[in-house]
Design a protein around this ligand. Structure first.
Ligand code: ADP
Length: 256
């Protein structure tokens, strides 16, 4: 049976340019932090940017971006919340701080529902903070969203690398478009093998985000207009430039 929401989702995403899921096979590697840093960076450079938190069970992007979770405004659908110059949507806008113990296909249903009711204004870039894992969450995005371009977050830890390798192998087997790998929580003395890992799967490392004590507070402050420390800001800007230039017809930000 055909799910009518699929057509609705296509229509909802018509004003959206690039759809970029930020994923990692493992939780706790900084996927949400990287998605939030990149979203802020793109928005600051003048790209019309949205961030969609699909990590239903561990939704945290609103905390990182210091978004006040109001119930979204309704108008034949719901409008994203706005934080600074970023459009933001999260299941947390509805669940607030309640636990939402969704199982199996209920997660897919919740994602479909959220995608079908959210009315995005025109965006150049929609980043998606993905749930961890290499199961339904990835297949749902591949099935329901047009031309997703994956970013994969890893850390220098060999344990994380092993798990992330499974995600890279799967994405490459499926022929999914991959922009590249971001290495997060890098300390100056780290000797990682992330470059080798990326090239094994035909992709590259877009940059290494340093380990920065108190990064959550810095992100929240940046949402209120403060600037990030130089080394962090420069690295994120350089990663975002590489993501922008990976777009087939990037003409730079529309404003800013
Ligand atoms: P994930 O989305 O992959 O589960 P999070 O983005 O929630 O991971 O990050 C997990 C933890 O690691 C959080 O406490 C976050 O503040 C911390 N963290 C993430 N990236 C960094 C970083 N570059 N420097 C310092 N701490 C970080």
């Amino acid at each position: 049976m055909i799910d009518p929401r699929l057509d609705v989702i296509d229509k909802r995403l018509e004003p959206v340019g690039r759809i970029i899921p930020v994923s990692s096979a493992k939780g706790g590697v900084g996927k949400s932090v990287c998605a939030a840093l990149l979203a802020q960076s793109f928005a600051r450079q003048g790209y019309r940017t949205g961030l969609l938190d699909l990590d239903f069970q561990g939704a945290s992007a609103h905390l990182l971006l210091d978004v006040e979770l109001e119930f979204p405004e309704e108008e034949s659908g719901i409008k994203p919340l706005r934080t600074g110059n970023l459009d933001f949507m999260s299941f947390a806008a509805f669940s607030r701080e309640r636990a939402v113990p969704l199982r199996g296909s209920a997660v897919s249903q919740a994602m479909l529902e959220l995608m079908a009711i959210t009315i995005w204004d025109p965006l150049e870039i929609l980043l998606i903070d993905m749930p961890p894992g290499i199961g339904d969450e990835i297949f749902d995005v591949l099935r329901y969203l047009r031309d997703p371009e994956f970013l994969v977050v890893t850390t220098p830890s060999s344990l994380v690398r092993h798990v992330v390798e499974r995600l890279l192998a799967m994405l490459s087997e499926l022929g999914v478009s991959m922009i590249g790998v971001i290495e997060n929580m890098v300390r100056s003395d780290t000797d990682s093998q992330t470059a080798e890992l990326a090239s094994k799967y035909g992709t590259t490392v877009l940059g290494s985000i340093p380990f920065v004590e108190g990064i959550e507070d810095l992100l929240a402050a940046a949402s209120r207009g403060k600037t990030l420390p130089d080394t962090l800001a420069n690295t994120v800007r350089s990663v975002s430039a590489r993501i922008a230039s990976a777009g087939t017809n990037d003409n730079g930000p529309s404003s800013g």
